[in-house]
Design a protein around this ligand. Structure first.
Ligand code: PMP
Length: 338
């Protein structure tokens, strides 16, 4: 029995991805982070950031947690905050899926939508959330903190202590590679540090979507980006504090055209309905498997659940506007008459 929803965060299963494993001759395993109570990998960051603020004496009962987020961190923070008696004020770029915004409102977050502008713009959602936290810290009776997931390394620590340890235990130490995309970098840098702490031989790879700058950084040393991706929650343009000191052995740039068919096949053939960043991750795992050769065990992250993107990733009209591949099954009306 769990004392509260908080105890249900983490200890997610590893699920063997059949097709990816068969295609590569490796064991490709997905850490089922969509099974967290907030349905994403970001519940762990939410929990560790809040616990860290409590330890530092920054949060008092009724206090406010402010964050700029593509959605999932806001959901994770809000689930934990509600269970512990805090409020959340969430700043989200208006380009993020309606489903994530609806979930945030439903869970009781106070939601502020802002236009999506680049990080260097002072009106970027991350910077708006930082300023708002500063203001609320002065006016809220129980105070306010800025979760600051990008540069708050409590995020990365959560993955060192929990995700990496779980992967090590669940594979019995038989893990040869780990790969993931980056939003804040907490997952990739945290799991990498945790696994390297167990064995220096574990190979680490970053899978970067188009429009992100890390692939070029880790291959050429320059932060440069081109193109775009419909995936949400990933695609970083700078070295966040969570990424400091981190270097992957392999770097892959994965276009949506490679990632989305993987996501669509998983729905039809493996009963797994997952978000776009998971497609980038699995495409990265397949590339790492090919680089390492058959017989290796590679772990990646199944970041969040697909229903969060029903109006975009799983909507043929939306895919058509982006000139992206549409699987036949998605674009057809049922043939069974009743
Ligand atoms: N996938 C999704 C759907 C996300 O929301 C996030 C977090 N923004 C990530 C992947 C990346 O996780 P991290 O922030 O730990 O790099």
């Amino acid at each position: 029995m769990f004392n509260s929803v908080i105890d249900a965060i983490g200890n997610t299963p590893l699920i063997r991805l059949r097709r990816a494993s068969e295609e590569t001759g490796c064991e490709i395993l997905g850490k089922a982070e969509f099974m967290n109570p907030g349905q994403s990998v970001k519940d762990r960051a939410g929990l560790f950031i809040i616990r860290d603020a409590e330890k530092r004496g920054l949060l008092r009962p009724g206090g406010v947690i402010v964050e700029g987020t593509a959605g999932n961190t806001g959901i994770g923070l809000t689930v934990v905050a509600k269970a512990l008696g805090y409020r959340t004020v969430i700043v989200i770029p208006d380009t993020q899926s309606q489903e994530k915004k609806d979930a945030l409102r439903l869970l009781g977050a106070e939601l502020i939508e802002v236009p999506a502008v680049p990080y260097k713009n002072p009106n970027n959602y991350v910077k708006v959330s930082g300023r708002l936290a500063e203001q609320l810290a002065k006016t809220e009776p129980a105070g306010a903190i800025w979760a600051n997931q990008f540069d708050n390394v409590a995020n990365r620590d959560g993955h060192i202590v929990t995700t990496a340890q779980e992967i090590w235990d669940q594979t019995g130490g038989k893990v040869h590679g780990f790969v993931s995309a980056v939003g804040t970098g907490g997952t990739l840098a945290g799991v990498a540090a945790g696994l390297k702490g167990k064995s220096k031989d574990v190979k680490i790879a970053i899978a970067d979507p188009l429009g992100a700058a890390l692939f070029s950084f880790y291959t050429d040393g320059v932060l440069k980006s081109e193109g775009s991706s419909i995936t949400e929650g990933i695609g970083q343009g700078r070295i966040t504090a969570n990424l400091e000191g981190f270097t992957p052995e392999f770097a892959y740039q994965v276009p949506d055209e490679e990632a989305l068919p993987i996501i669509f096949d998983l729905v039809q053939e493996e009963g797994l309905c997952l978000g776009g960043s998971t497609g980038i991750n699995i495409a990265g795992a397949i590339r790492l498997a090919k680089d390492l050769g058959p017989g290796h065990t590679i772990v990646t992250i199944l970041c969040d659940y697909g229903t969060r993107y029903q109006s975009k990733l799983f909507n043929p009209d939306f895919l058509r506007t982006k000139n992206l591949p549409i699987p036949q099954w998605m674009d057809r009306t049922p043939e069974i008459d009743v």
